[in-house]
Design a binder for this molecule. Sequence first.
Ligand code: SF4
Length: 347
Amino acid sequence: MPSNIPFAKQLLSWFDQHGRNHLPWQKDRSGYRVWVSEIMLQQTQVATVIPYFERFMLRFPRVENLAQADLDEVLSLWTGLGYYSRARNLHASAIAIAEQHQGVMPNNLEALIALKGIGRSTAGAIISQAFNQPGVILDGNVKRLLTRLHHIQGWPGLSHIDKQLWQLATNLTPQQRNADYSQAIMDLGATVCKPKQPLCVACPMQTHCQALDNDAVAQIPTPKPKKALPQKTVSVLLLKNAQGQIQLQQRPAKGIWGGLWSLPEFADLAALQAQLALDGLPINTQPLPAIKHVFSHYKLTIEPHLLELQKQPRKVAENEQSRWYDATQLHTIGLATPIKKLLENNQ
Ligand code: SF4
């Protein structure tokens, strides 16, 4: 690619005809709205994000509303989107913006990446999309597009390739129409230079695409070297009291499903029964079908065991981390998705 002018110009003229310009976060653009959308869009498709974004904005229209909210409520609006550390970081950063920036979203790279959960590419997206300044973005869509355009071989997660991609992305970023440019390069990656079956015939870059020239589009980007995910199994207790309420426990803030409500968890059935015996409860639980869930770094099998009590237990007390919930209250708290499904199937 000889210089950034033809690239940006060509990309923008494609964007003027084919780009996405009716996304909810493109209306009433602000640093806050762009930030929330960018965080939701990490690892998640636009179509999935739209209803979550709209509900979130209805409840937290401004950064101070989010800063003042309970984390539990933030997590409940995030239930189903996954990667819950994103919601915790969003909440923590809203508090930091309220306290350190008088509730105003920062508009420079340094201040943005000092906030929890905002990396270099997200900061670039906020700078370009919300403030129309030359912010450089390099999300997954842009990485794929650039590796193909330049026929870059090797997994893009490797540091020397990452560095090369940042350099390319920086060189290509124009000085004008920055909001449109960053949307355009993400759109071209997401809708034309797709992971599978890219639409090369409709691509405005086809005449300078080196992967296409080398008949190597299907091999680029080089996939991450695979390693088998470890497998973990846990047992959970679905304990119902005489009123049909369910005992839930809040998970520690750090780790998988941090801060969400879940069922009491045990290493195995023997540990679960030992706890029941200790609490003076019957140990004749009924096994329910196992649930499989895949995280990025391991596979989890959850073995649920149901125990329905005929009379109110004496020992299972309520406290900050352990409560009885009615089925009607479940939508008001943040629940891990597999647990939410399990509860819906066993009401
Ligand atoms: Fe991607 Fe094909 Fe366009 Fe190359 S020509 S950038 S592979 S869509």
